[in-house]
Design a protein around this ligand. Sequence first.
Ligand code: S3P
Length: 429
Amino acid sequence: MNAIISPSNGFQLDIQLPGDKSISHRAALIAALAEGESMITNYSDGRDCASTLNCLRQLGIKIDETRNGLKIFGKGLKGFSVSPEPLDCGNSGTTARLLAGILAGQNFDSILTGDESLSKRPMNRIIEPLRLMGAGINGSSSGILPLTIHGKKLKAIDYSMPVASAQVKSCLLLAGLLAEGKTVIRETATTRDHTERMLPGITVDRHETSTDISILGGTPIAPRNMTIPADLSSAAFFIVVALLIQDSNIYLRNVTLNPTRTGFLEILKSAGAMISIENKSEKNYEPVGDLRIISQTGSFKPLNLSGNLIPQIIDELPILAVFGTRTGIEVRDAKELRYKETDRIHAVVSNLRAMNARVEEFEDGFKIFPSMLHGAVVESYGDHRIAMSFAVAGLFAEGTTKIMNADCVNISFPDFFKYFHSSVAMTKL
Ligand code: S3P
């Protein structure tokens, strides 16, 4: 399915967006490892989070979809059972990497597979430290899926993270939970900390230039009821819409305001955006609040983004690039973007060029000069965040924009186009 986007006037929205993708994955996995029944409401309705549920079901975890949410019948740390079929993680890096940590410590073998995109993404970043913990993992020498994981008794490690990745950190914390002893993970760049917030037996030591996260193996998990806050990475698209499309007024309810995720809001504020936060509270392990964004007529300051900030805005960089066509933006130290669902540096640069923007590409980022966008045919590259970023670009470009294979928005945000009303037409050709 392709999407044709026409320029739009004001957006008026007052919505509670679906549950945060990162938090949903973790809530389901941790509930499955808990001893007893957990209830999870506002679980993400995207395909990635469905992949996590499917894998858990294949591993013998009962999950009921009730009117109030998901009821997950946890079986304890080592209560999973062998899956006769390979576990298909679909497009979801979080499913593959976090599940690998859990499966490494079970007492049976598993096979993890994924779709074409996931099967190209680097897995050595989890294979190497899991092997240090004693895990038995067979995969191709290039370190990609499929992986065969031979469940073993794991031992604790002390590990300094070579890449800033919350997926790797979470994989190792989950493996550490199943290992004997105290596992310590040291990170020099802060990454999202949802796993640490939800798991028991964790200690976090913050130093000037690093954070050490320790987990005590064997700590049992109590079942819990939790409501997943709305996804700030999905909200990001509507925040940019509201700022750039005249006469917009958007109210987004109950959004995660976890400080490891709010870099995007801080950056927009530093560019001159007015974003007000109301009803702040802390529930279910996470700070949340409502966001009000009203379109602004003045100009914004240019953006320069690099260094340790990058891991905290990694998923928002494509939409920040689109925002940057108004302000000018330079992004460096972001080579990780090349290892996402697609090579997001290439995708952003080639789509923006197709839309008439002046762009320079670097190995680790891009520079975008303030440009008037023209409608064009652009590729989603099967990547949900690229499709949604360019749908937003289409709203303020001159002429119409066609996004090829736009149905990949289903990965994180199936209802994304519903909010575009008359500005979008979906076509098969
Ligand atoms: C995620 C971590 C990030 C992010 C991804 C979700 C997570 O990936 O890009 O969308 O839920 O832990 P990396 O850990 O590979 O940076």
